[in-house]
Design a protein around this ligand. Structure first.
Ligand code: COA
Length: 150
């Protein structure tokens, strides 16, 4: 598997990006401001993430996703670790990531990759999404924000 930066001339893998965020307009906004990385196996894009500079010396890892048939094979972990290396190379001091309170696998993955829970944005998903979201039998209400020093 090879992970590389997508050039501005290439078409981003929208089907994969939509697995992590249902809003096309938000995704287009992130793609405009951030850098998109893809994981390829035999020239097929199987994973994606976006690094978005936010505050001073801080970058946010957003829209990480792996094609469903490749879940549970360690690709997500490789993408998170690659994002951390790219952020280090970019000279950032902190990398952040946010996920829902119901995203149990994601919370496990990010903590295994060195992130720590910093803050909770209570009712973020109630306020910002029209539909109720349920995962793992839990309503997704709060945004858990994690970070690590680089
Ligand atoms: N059950 C339990 N834990 C699981 C799991 C499952 N089915 N799938 C992944 N995990 C957790 C485990 O903690 C695993 O660690 P381990 O290898 O030490 O056991 C860790 O995640 C890494 O698994 P990995 O195989 O690298 O993850 P993945 O390739 O399946 O990708 C996502 C993980 C989150 C990127 C993938 O599930 C995905 O694309 N989801 C949809 C989009 C999304 O939710 N993006 C995140 C938005 S915040």
């Amino acid at each position: 598997m090879n992970i590389r930066k997508l050039t501005k001339h290439e078409v981003p893998p929208m089907d994969l990006l939509l697995l992590a965020d249902p809003s096309i307009s938000l995704i287009n906004d992130y793609l405009e401001k951030g850098e998109c990385y893809v994981a390829e196996i035999e020239e097929r894009i199987v994973g994606v993430y976006v690094l978005l500079p936010t505050k001073h010396e801080t970058v946010e890892l957003i829209n990480i996703a792996v094609a469903e048939e490749y879940h549970g094979k360690g690709i997500g972990k490789k993408l998170v670790l690659d994002a951390i290396q790219q952020a280090k190379r970019g000279g950032y001091q902190t990398i952040e990531i946010g996920t829902g309170n119901s995203s149990i696998h994601q919370l496990a993955l990010y903590q295994k990759c060195g992130f720590r829970i910093m803050t909770i944005d209570h009712d973020f998903f109630i306020k910002n999404y029209d539909e109720e979201i349920y995962e793992n039998g839990i309503q997704c209400r709060d945004m858990i924000r994690l970070a690590q020093d680089l």
